[in-house]
Design a binder for this molecule. Structure first.
Ligand code: ADP
Ligand code: XUL
Length: 552
């Protein structure tokens, strides 16, 4: 069967993440024809962020990013593509991925500025006064515990919020963040005419008007009724007054948000009819980019955050983990766990114990034995989500046979490296089991920056007892966004929802095919069981740490 797209069509996908803005372009055969990246910290140093964010030095857990940095990054990325002679005029649809939960506050009357952007002058200048606060709270923020408890109390308890919205109230979720702004900066709340997620914000820039919030990313707000895919009156009332009006509408991920605005059409020579398909969250886009379609598959994304996700038709919202609508299906769900201490914490251990080198880090992993002689570590450089524990490193030497352990100050350098990698993976295995994800999975598909590290993937295969695959490219979120652009274009063309499999007619997309060359076979027989024993000890220690240090 041939491809369902015009021969010379291009699809462009973005990923606006914590540390960078990336782009991937696909042609009508779904081959990658261009990719680009803007690193916030190094390409836009005047914002003085560290890894793209500002951390509140007072230790209150407030973490934000400058909204205008994202605006400037979009223009810079498009300019970089233009310098490579990227043919914007062939792009028939654009979509994107945004870090989940982060929010943008558009000041009253900003829709008019957005609708009348002058292509002769840059975006940054024209939008510099468009926001009622210049700092966007992001997913790393953990400063809203009291708002979470207030919302859960008003809705009838944590499990009730989870059953209604797909997740209990979480500090980083947008509803608690909005409530905090309402409670502590009421002038900002009152001066705001629209609240966007990072995803709908970036789509709004592209269409020159407020884009709806995508239903999948919208499920990361504690505000949407998961079954109805509509704003929940109860959740809205528990959050802030007059909120529905500020949120605008919801729309499915495959819907058209609008056509590209004259600003981009004139400045970069996009086709005037180029469609902007709803942007969604980065994890949902990764699900699309990995072409994950079997309930036995588990995806593990090792990016700034570590996330674990799969698909199911029968989700069971619980006190741990999240349920979102499937971003590439008209029914069905995506289930996910999220760890805040991912790459930046691995980097901290690399810097402290492996001389700042991934090569040395990997050598240490290779030369240390499985199970690390019982050396078990809990490393939280950021306030962790899962389990809810504060910043701190805790190290133990565990004796599985006698079920005892001893707390220690530090390990030798190679053991520290193994302890962080095994520790993170054991926690993922334990919480995945508890959340009802398949363990051992049929197979794991790994993505994100750290999936380029084969030594890490080998430990993953051993801990999970299954083969680990990677796709040819670790940036599955921008690739997934480009695929969703193609999917949205096709749905619009046919005037109805069509299954994403139609996009792959004529062969799967380049770059998403599971690469046998990059696969790591399942760990040795017996390792899965032995890791299971160590994991149970770990969970027992974790339970005690949460009892002693965790948030109630
Ligand atoms: P984001 O969540 O911002 O999209 P990425 O998925 O691009 O993040 O991952 C970036 C991270 O990948 C970096 O912070 C870095 O720690 C990690 N990384 C890059 N190369 C390696 C490697 N060889 N081994 C382990 N981690 C790596
Ligand atoms: C997911 C989450 C993170 C961000 C990272 O719930 O908070 O994975 O999406 O960009």
């Amino acid at each position: 069967m041939g491809r369902p797209f015009p021969e010379d069509a291009l699809f462009l996908g973005f990923d606006s993440s914590t540390q960078s803005l990336k782009a991937t372009a696909l042609d009508s055969r779904l081959a990658i024809v261009a990719s680009e990246i803007v690193h916030f910290a190094s390409d836009l140093p005047h914002y003085k962020t560290s890894d793209g964010v500002y951390r509140d030095p007072s230790g209150g857990g407030r973490i934000v990013s400058p909204t205008l940095m994202w605006v400037e990054a979009l223009e810079l990325l498009l300019e970089k593509l233009r310098r490579e002679n990227f043919e914007f005029s062939r792009v028939v649809a654009v979509s994107g991925s945004g870090q989940q939960h982060g929010s943008v506050y558009w000041k009253k009357a900003s829709s008019a500025s957005l609708a009348s952007l002058d292509p002769q002058s840059g975006l940054l200048l024209q939008l510099s006064e468009a926001f009622s606060t210049k700092e966007s709270p992001i997913w790393m923020d953990s400063s809203t515990t009291s708002q979470c408890r207030e919302i859960e109390k008003a809705v009838g308890g944590a499990l009730e919020v989870s059953t209604l919205t797909g997740s209990r109230a979480y500090e980083r979720f947008t509803g608690p963040q909005i409530r905090k702004i309402f409670e502590t900066q009421q002038d900002v709340y009152d001066d705001t005419e629209r609240i966007s997620l990072v995803s709908s914000f970036m789509a709004s820039l592209l269409i020159g008007g407020y884009a709806p919030i995508d239903e999948t990313d919208g499920a990361g707000m504690n505000l949407m009724d998961l079954k109805e895919r509509a704003w929940s009156k109860i959740a809205l009332e528990a959050t802030a007054p007059g909120l529905e009006e500020k949120l605008g509408k919801l729309a499915p991920a495959h819907a058209v948000a609008g056509v590209i605005s004259p600003y981009f059409a004139e400045r970069f020579h996009f086709k005037k009819s180029c469609l902007v398909i709803q942007w969604s969250g980065d994890n949902p886009n990764s699900l699309a980019g990995l072409t994950l379609n079997s309930p036995g598959d588990l995806a593990i994304s090792l990016g700034t955050s570590d996330t674990i996700f799969g698909i199911t038709d029968h989700p069971q919202p619980r006190l741990e983990g999240h349920v979102f609508p499937n971003p590439v299906d008209s029914s069905g769900y995506m289930v996910m766990l999220c760890y805040k201490n991912g790459s930046l914490t691995r980097e901290d251990i690399r810097n402290q114990f492996a001389g700042g080198s991934w090569d040395v880090f990997s050598e240490y992993l290779e030369e240390t034995p499985a199970l690390n002689g019982g050396k078990l570590g809990f490393y939280y450089k950021e306030h962790e989500i899962l389990p809810p524990l504060p910043v701190g490193y805790h190290r133990y030497t565990v004796d599985v046979d006698s079920a005892t352990e001893r707390e220690v100050d530090r390990f030798d350098a190679p053991s520290e490296v193994r302890a962080i990698v095994e520790g993170q993976l054991l926690s993922i295995r334990a919480h995945s089991e508890r959340f009802g994800l398949p363990v051992p999975p049929r197979r794991i598909v790994a993505t994100g920056g750290a999936s380029a590290n084969r030594s890490i993937l080998r430990v993953m295969a051993a801990v999970f007892g299954c083969a680990v695959y990677t796709v040819q490219r670790p940036d599955s979120a921008s690739l997934g966004a480009a695929l969703r652009a193609a999917h949205g274009w096709l749905c619009e063309e046919e005037g109805r929802f069509v299954p994403i499999s139609r996009v792959y007619e004529g062969g799967g997309p380049e770059g998403t095919a599971l690469s046998p060359k990059l696969a790591v076979p399942a760990g040795e027989d017996g390792a899965f069981g032995a890791y299971g024993e160590l994991m149970r000890r770990r969970m027992e220690i974790e339970r005690r740490l949460v009892e002693k240090l965790g948030r109630q």
